[in-house]
Design a protein around this ligand. Structure first.
Ligand code: ADP
Length: 345
């Protein structure tokens, strides 16, 4: 019942479904609510792999994502099917694509986008997920340990890793208490872009699979390459030899001395680690500046367990006392938020 109350706080399902969409630079995230009894809609939505659902009372919330550029191939056919059953007039939209794709939606479906601010949608998603989603931490490099949602203490630093990175300071789960304090141009889009240039692969899952098999020590310069191995003191349970001091720093040397080809796996992991170290360093500096000890990561860059483990590991390199938290709904907060949010338009 609670879900219904919260989900439908400002809105009613007048024609079988409600749709919220967060259209980002890389991915379009959909949050779709329907009554459980709408079996035709259920059949359409259940045909998608990797769909997540939250079920309660009489309603189901479906969460699914598509590449933003796959409008013709993926998004249009889905919406065509849904609108045949439920001819709705409006979709609640956020993200840059809420503006970019507005006229396309109008032309194709005579649908209006009711737009919400991105930050406000994220915050609404936050408030919602506090009750209906799961927060976890990582132990032993890759073990997910679920924690009570009350474990996400306020204030905390919240890092949204999408194509780029937004870093928020969240004092409490209320709109007025959330501010953007930093960001970075080096995020998930950078991973995909540089991977395409360096190893010819632009599929996120493929990059992660390769990275898991790679060894960044073959590409990155670390302490042990410069100092004598035994001269380096380890502390914080972290072997300092392990930490790269220059991402891709070995390439120059290897090219002149040894070889000029490198394993794709090694390049992939070095690239991924470089991005994780960069983002977590900024997040850690923000935490330090505001005297905060909890950092919460979300955004679709955090969809893979390996990326999450590296984010966790890199965060603890900067400060072993940080509490690092992740969320099971990864990148859907904006889509859920725009759905539950009271509309601006
Ligand atoms: P945006 O709103 O900017 O599109 P997202 O939070 O959706 O940001 O995250 C996009 C990033 O997520 C990509 O740059 C990529 O690193 C990662 N990602 C995870 N899964 C996928 C996928 N299936 N396709 C493309 N990118 C993915």
């Amino acid at each position: 019942m609670e879900l219904e109350k919260n989900l439908l706080r400002y809105k009613k399902i007048s024609n079988k479904i409600l749709i919220g969409v967060d259209i980002g630079g890389t991915l379009a995230k959909f949050a779709i609510v329907n009554e459980k009894t709408q079996l035709e809609i259920e059949n359409i939505l259940n045909s998608f792999e990797n769909m997540k659902i939250i079920e309660t009372g009489n309603y189901i919330l479906h969460l699914l994502l598509f590449p933003t550029n796959d409008f013709e191939k993926e998004i249009k056919p889905l919406l065509n099917k849904l609108f045949k059953i439920s001819p709705i007039k409006e979709i609640y939209a956020t993200g840059g694509g809420a503006y970019k794709f507005e006229s396309l939606m109008k032309q194709n479906f005579k649908i209006d986008f009711l737009k919400n601010d991105e930050l406000i949608s994220l915050v609404e998603g936050y408030i919602f997920i506090k009750n209906y989603s799961f927060i976890y931490k990582i132990e032993d490099f890759d073990k997910k340990i679920f924690v009570p949602n009350s474990d996400l203490k306020y204030p905390h630093i919240s890092v949204n890793i999408g194509s780029g990175v937004s870093i928020l300071k969240v004092n409490s789960p209320y709109k007025k208490d959330i501010e953007r304090v930093a960001g970075s141009i080096m995020g998930g889009g950078t991973l995909i872009g540089l991977s395409k240039l360096l190893i010819g692969i632009d599929d996120y899952n493929e990059i992660i699979n390769l990275a898991q098999k790679g060894n960044y020590h073959n590409i990155d310069l670390s302490n042990e390459d410069i100092y004598c191995k035994n001269s380096i003191k380890n502390n914080n349970n972290i072997n300092k030899n392990e930490i790269p001091i220059s991402s891709f720093g070995k390439i120059y040397d290897l090219m002149t001395v040894k070889k000029n080809t490198f394993e794709k796996e090694d390049i992939a992991v070095s690239l991924l680690y470089m991005i994780c170290l960069h983002i977590t360093q900024i997040a850690n500096l923000c935490a330090k500046k505001y005297k905060i000890d909890t950092i919460y990561f979300f955004g679709n860059f955090t969809r893979s367990s390996f990326a999450i483990s590296l984010l966790n590991k890199s965060s603890l390199i900067w400060n072993k006392n940080l509490n690092i938290r992740f969320n099971i709904l990864d990148g859907f907060l904006g889509a859920v938020g725009t759905l539950v949010e009271k509309n601006e338009d």
